[in-house]
Design a protein around this ligand. Structure first.
Ligand SMILES: [Zn+2]
Length: 281
């Protein structure tokens, strides 16, 4: 069944300065890869998220602060990209999806934001999915920065299991509220990363979710700006592990941190190749 990619050229043109340079080259590489030549992987043009849903997620004060922000429009479009991807999966039109974005979302709390984030794309999308009747979600945040905004939204929501990998130390599992933090000390290797991911997925094994989101920051690559030290081999393995855990349920990859063009040009097509079942190409 279909793998949907949601994309808009504004992500590369008007996205956050650190994040936008990778967008067009990685998308071009994907177009050249042959992955989208058949019917099973298709690109859809992202539409802005409905403003009323963004307003439901965030406080009035935050919405007012964002009013004059130069990244406001592209942030709403980014949330719309994630929402469109998730709606297609929820409606059975696609089995899995990869959502491009021009701003990130996991540092956006209800009432504040930082770190290239403005609105919490996944939180806005979950509001929409709950309107559609879905209730329980798994969020796997593999971006090396702590997903504090996403945690703000879901810390007390036991229907959202939040696996939060970050560059730090320690491990913390709240089995009542379904939050799991796992720190990889600065420079976490492929093996440390994949083993931490396995631990998180194992804890979520008995959590009965309907759809999974992956906060996919490739700033975890050793050449990129985040705190992990991963190489290219980690990303297909990561995707396979997550797919095994998610099984037949919906799976949405959400583009998050990362600035290196050469990293994005390789890891994005690689991840989509695994999602489509073509890996190794
Ligand atoms: Zn990051």
């Amino acid at each position: 069944m279909l793998i949907a990619i949601t994309y808009h050229e504004d992500f590369g043109k008007r996205g956050f300065s650190v994040l936008k340079e990778r967008i067009e080259p990685s998308f071009e590489k994907l177009m050249e890869s042959g992955l989208v030549d058949g019917d099973d992987v298709q690109v859809f043009k992202a539409r802005p998220a409905p403003l009323d849903l963004v307003k439901q997620a965030h406080t009035e004060a935050h919405m007012a602060n964002m009013e004059s922000d130069p990244y406001r429009e592209v942030a709403i479009l980014s949330a719309g990209s994630v929402m469109m991807a998730a709606e297609m999966v929820a409606e059975g039109l696609a089995r899995r999806a990869f959502a491009y974005t021009g701003t990130a979302g996991h540092h956006a709390s209800r009432g504040s934001c930082w770190g290239f984030c403005y609105f919490n794309d996944v939180a806005v999308t979950i509001i929409r999915l709950r309107q559609m009747g879905l209730q329980r979600f798994l969020i796997v945040d593999v971006d090396p920065h702590f997903g504090d905004g996403t945690r703000d939204f879901f810390k007390d929501d036991a229907d959202v299991f939040h696996i939060n990998m970050h560059s730090g130390t320690g491990e913390d599992h709240d089995s009542i509220k379904n939050n799991y933090d796992i720190g990889l000390t600065f420079g976490g290797s492929n093996e440390q990363f994949l083993s931490a991911l396995k631990s998180g997925l194992e804890l979520a094994r008995n959590f009965d979710f309907q759809m999974a989101f992956v906060i996919f920051g490739h700033d975890s690559h050793q050449d990129d700006y985040g705190g992990f030290n991963l190489t290219f081999e980690a990303y297909p393995r990561m995707t396979q592990l997550i797919m095994e855990a998610v099984g037949d349920r919906g799976l949405i990859f959400v583009l998050s941190g990362g600035s290196c063009v050469h990293v994005a040009k390789r890891v994005i097509p690689d991840v989509i190749s695994v999602l489509s079942g073509r890996w190794p190409a």
